[in-house]
Design a protein around this ligand. Structure first.
Ligand code: R5P
Length: 309
């Protein structure tokens, strides 16, 4: 099989003829949302990296092509389903790899879009997360997500599924950074804060979030004393940044000496990064489930571990 191999030493894609013994190992296909992560996975797993060549037609429709004659191995597609253009690209890649003879298709969806509309909140709404899962399930032998907003969404897949947790990876990043207290911005995120705090061997608590609008929230202080403490806020995602900016303000008011934030998914809509940078935060970091200028915490090792299992 002719193929592209990712060269971990030089980070260079070079065209090679893959030897016969290579057959049987998995092939990682990088969609356009997650190329760096897919390359990192291929490097860790020492397996073939194939780049999907995705472009747009003049009318904006997605065109993608995998420049191979066949992919008759276990194929892993790494691609987000957010924003919508990436979801469409994922559907097209699923069809393309199947037509190239993929024996099995594993979907690695680092950031699963629509997971927040996991149920019908008001009559007349769709159950968006279910719609996405059921469509993705059509060409899918296994699905892996990272800190999906609601794990129940994975139950709409009929294949083996697994949601990986980034808490340990986030905690490892902060081990040498003298964190005194880990806080969740609301009660729903407290288990993640606890997981990070346990590894850092520090206390944890949560704030009380009152949502005023789509982009505005009010925070009530943590029960725990923050005076003079170096606090790390941990959340699953930052979207508009409203939650974290309000949390940082409340913590500074409560006397925190340092406030950092780490999340799994840096969605950062609009000018969220600028707003966060201009707030009272010392550090803003996220995982590379969504690739951006502050996505310095890599989830590639935990995904690679899952793929090896
Ligand atoms: C909420 O349930 C999530 O965990 C995040 O806290 C929320 O989505 C963040 O949104 P934003 O950055 O727009 O405040």
């Amino acid at each position: 099989m002719n193929g592209l191999r990712y060269n971990p030493a030089g980070s260079v894609l070079d065209k090679i003829i893959l030897p016969e013994w290579y057959r049987g190992l998995m092939i990682i296909v990088g969609g356009s949302s997650s190329r760096d992560l897919a390359k990192e996975l291929a490097a860790i797993l020492q397996c073939t990296y194939v780049q999907a060549a995705t472009t747009r037609f003049p009318d904006g429709e997605c065109y993608t092509r995998i420049d191979h004659m066949e992919l008759d191995d276990d194929v892993v597609i790494v691609q987000n389903t957010y924003p919508d253009v990436n979801l469409i690209e994922m559907f097209l890649l699923q069809d393309a790899v199947k037509r190239l003879g993929a024996r099995t298709v594993t979907l690695v969806i680092p950031y699963f879009g629509y997971a927040r509309q996991d149920r019908v909140f008001k009559p007349g709404e769709p159950q968006s997360a279910r719609v996405m899962a059921e469509h993705l399930d059509m060409v899918c032998d296994r699905v892996i997500t990272v800190d999906i907003h609601k794990e129940e969404v994975l139950d709409y897949f009929t294949c083996p599924r697994e949601d990986l947790k980034a808490a340990e990876t986030i905690a490892e990043y902060f081990t040498e950074r003298d964190i005194d207290l880990v806080l969740a911005p609301d009660l729903g995120a407290v288990n993640r804060a606890k997981a990070v705090a346990d590894i850092l061997k520090v206390d944890f608590d949560h704030l009380k979030k009152i949502r005023l609008s789509g982009s505005e929230v009010k925070m009530e202080p943590a029960a725990m004393d923050c005076e003079g403490k170096n606090v790390l806020i941990v959340d699953d995602m930052i979207s508009t940044g409203g939650t974290i900016i309000a949390a940082a303000y409340a913590l500074r008011e409560a006397g925190a000496s340092g406030v950092s934030v780490a999340c799994t998914h840096g969605v950062f809509v609009g000018n969220a990064i600028e707003r966060l940078t201009g707030s009272s935060l010392d550090t803003i970091l996220c995982c590379n489930t969504l690739e951006n200028e502050v996505s310095h915490i890599s989830v590639a090792p935990i995904i690679a571990d899952a793929l090896k299992r």
